[in-house]
Design a protein around this ligand. Sequence first.
Ligand SMILES: Cc1cc2nc3c(=O)[nH]c(=O)nc-3n(C[C@H](O)[C@H](O)[C@H](O)COP(=O)(O)OP(=O)(O)OC[C@H]3O[C@@H](n4cnc5c(N)ncnc54)[C@H](O)[C@@H]3O)c2cc1C
Length: 421
Amino acid sequence: MDVIVIGGGIGGLTLALALHASGKARRVRVFEAASEMRALGIGIHIGSHAMKELSALGLEDALVATSSQPEDYAFFTRHGQLVYRRPFGKAAGHPYSHLTLLRPDLQRVMLTAVRERIGAGNFTVGHRCTGVEQSGGRVTANFSGPDGKALPPAEGDLLVACDGIHSAVRKQFYPGEGPFCFRGCNLWRGTTLRKPFLTGASIARIGARNSTMLINPLRSTIDADGNQLINWVCEIEGDVAVPVDWNKPARVEDFFANFQDWTFDWMDVPSLIRGADQILSYPMVDRDPLPRWSFERVTLLGDAAHPMYPQGGNGGAQAILDAAALALLLQTESDPVSALKAYEDSRLPATSKIVVQNRTAPPNVILDTVEQRTGGKRFDRLDDVITQDEMKAIFEGYQKVAGYQMRQDTRGSSSPGQAGR
Ligand SMILES: Cc1cc2nc3c(=O)[nH]c(=O)nc-3n(C[C@H](O)[C@H](O)[C@H](O)COP(=O)(O)OP(=O)(O)OC[C@H]3O[C@@H](n4cnc5c(N)ncnc54)[C@H](O)[C@@H]3O)c2cc1C
């Protein structure tokens, strides 16, 4: 089987590795639009459920070495008051760590492995897919180069479109989709070198619906001056969407006012923001779930299949789970067309649930509830506002749909639950 993978992002690279590991594909070729693989993006989360798959591909040690492995997840009000704190990742009993790392580090580790395993000649940059055609049991991908001129097409037995949020292949099958669905909320994301906060391996979520923030380290290493690389994401409600571009630079003055008095005994947010080495913006957008991903010998994967709000660490993780599921089905099903259909049957409902859950019950529902009950004021006694049981139920409810939650299997051992598999 000769497989064409469109897009060398997180989903495409995982798929190339998983197909190579399965031994089922005679040849795997990845075609990436960018003319060079530059270090793009900032912080990304890879949950334990996805780390299980990347570990099976032999990437765990390299990824752990370049990441942070959060051990607790803490929720604070906009006044910096602790509301809820839970062990997280391995500390919560998962057999695999939850990683937070720079997306360029994740991509570098994956790309090195892909080039080594499928052969550097099978990873081609500067090839933007412009459309696909199928006939006689074969699929052809058409390309243009960085100058917009047509390049020679590639032919294979199967094509998997991992071409991200602006997928050209998805557009071919769904030409009338129109603009993204905007939730009325934009993200400002940055990285800052500073002293470790809380345990040095904590994720902190602060504030409620109109202004929230997520802060976590991106590498566990501490430099000679005692600093760690800290990732932060500010989420602010607003009517106008910033461009849907992961690399859009942003200005401090566009969002700083909402956080200027967030100075707590455990974190000085204004200095964290002001100390950033880069700041990017991104809108909270997604698309309605599709009725179908697979069309004979072509299917969609990752953001091309199910763009979702970039929260809860799901964008990357769900692309990884898609790739693992697809590679497994191509190994076990005798007919590749039925394998693509089985992949859709398993992963489409699971990821659609997450798209919907992110809209209706985002991970900061605990803090929204507290904010609503206190009217945004400081509380004296947390128990008068919300119980630990209520917060536990909210936290675990989100984890369950996102596939993070541990499940007991019939042999009594536990493993991270996986949506749809
Ligand atoms: C440059 C960039 C920076 C990002 N930064 C972050 C970040 O900081 N934090 C975060 O959480 N998420 C980030 N993301 C998104 C995150 O990587 C994805 O949501 C998630 O990993 C899903 O993976 P994916 O493979 O579906 O898409 P992506 O990882 O987005 O990969 C899609 C790939 O397809 C390529 N491509 C697009 N169109 C074509 C085409 N027509 N032909 C060939 N190739 C094409 C793109 O260049 C890209 O390499 C970023 C994505 C990109 C592309």
